[in-house]
Design a protein around this ligand. Structure first.
Ligand code: SF4
Length: 328
């Protein structure tokens, strides 16, 4: 039986409500730990206010920040899922759900026409909300993650030379963090996502996914990447440019890196920061009608990060042996 589209739309409204109101446990714990170890009195006071504010938002059932960010969806489809009306119906449902949530949850209508600044009042417009897709080779379900990304600032992109190496990547990341944090922008303590390699656009999308779709404390399965994550975390925090531009021991609560194979002549690097308002929630709908909500997006999987190709040299040599392609 396919996933019922009306049920999906209703669930997506609830998904947006949860994302806007409840800071996920991993981020709440990290904010509390940052407040506890903070040695600057004023920064400690502000970090404790962030912790209190998260709790109050849940009690009062209201968004945890007045700026409710830019809502978007990440969709991961199991290969065996069926959706009533197909993927076009899914997109209609997700757009309607966001318009309803903007009204009912009182999300700020942040999306406007970029030239006229016309505001439709519902966060829905041209290419808005973003809906990104990935797949899982097995599974009779669809995962939908709502992210209400805050922070217009704190992100940057640069094409590095291969010779810049890992030291060059570190320098660019720390320069980016320092340049935004010293002005009090990006609302730290942040989760930093770094996309390394791939194409230019890929490096930037990966940086955003790394910031928004992995739990605090998660480490990349490639040991070299995981080591870089640890080193960048230490380096970013050594800037001491933290909450509200104050001197702080924890400007960032974690750094997540994702890699993609790059052109041999360059290393594109994207940096994205997820501000203190960590707003993400995931739901899974199964073909049989089950619905589950969870805090871990479980976004990156082995399938996405796979190496190599399901291809054997013999199949190529056989077709080549069949002779040249015919062109009519
Ligand atoms: S950057 Fe984040 S915490 Fe700061 S105002 Fe925007 S949504 Fe709120």
């Amino acid at each position: 039986m396919p996933v019922n589209i009306n049920r999906l739309e209703e669930a997506a409204v609830e998904l947006n409500r949860r994302a806007a109101v409840a800071t996920p446990l991993d981020a709440r714990r990290a904010h509390k730990a940052a407040a506890d170890r903070e040695t600057n009195k004023l920064a400690k006071y502000v970090l404790n206010s962030i912790v209190d504010n998260s709790e109050l938002a849940v009690v009062e059932e209201r968004p945890m920040c007045g700026d409710t960010g830019v809502p978007r969806y990440y969709v991961k489809a199991g290969n065996d899922v069926q959706i009533e009306g197909g993927f076009a119906a899914l997109e209609h449902a997700l757009r309607r759900a966001l318009a309803t949530a903007t009204h009912d949850v009182k999300l700020r209508s942040n999306r406007v026409h970029p030239l006229t600044r016309r505001n439709p009042g519902n966060n829905v417009g041209v290419f808005a909300p973003n809906i990104d897709y990935r797949f899982e080779p097995e599974g009779d379900w669809i995962d939908i993650t709502a992210v209400h990304k805050g922070g217009l600032f704190g992100s940057d992109y640069r094409m590095l030379f291969p010779g810049d190496g890992i030291p060059g990547i570190k320098r660019f990341v720390v320069d980016t963090i320092a340049s935004f944090h010293r002005r009090g922008m990006a609302c730290p303590p942040a989760i930093v996502g770094v996309g390394i390699g791939g194409t230019k656009d890929q490096s930037f999308s990966l940086s955003k996914e790394a910031a928004c779709l992995r739990l605090v404390g998660d480490r990349h399965p490639d040991p070299a990447v995981a080591q870089l994550e640890d080193e960048l975390l230490e380096l970013c925090n050594s800037t001491q440019m933290g909450v509200m531009g104050l001197k702080s021991d924890t400007p960032v609560i974690d750094v997540h890196c994702e890699i993609a194979y790059a052109h041999t002549g360059g290393t594109p690097v994207g940096v994205s920061e997820l501000c203190t308002a960590v707003r993400r929630c995931t739901m899974r709908l199964y073909n049989d009608g089950r619905l589950e909500f969870r805090e871990d997006p479980l976004w990156f999987n082995d399938y996405m990060r796979r190496e190599g190709v399901e291809w054997e040299l013999s199949s190529w040599t056989q077709s080549a042996a069949a002779g040249p392609l015919e062109v009519n």
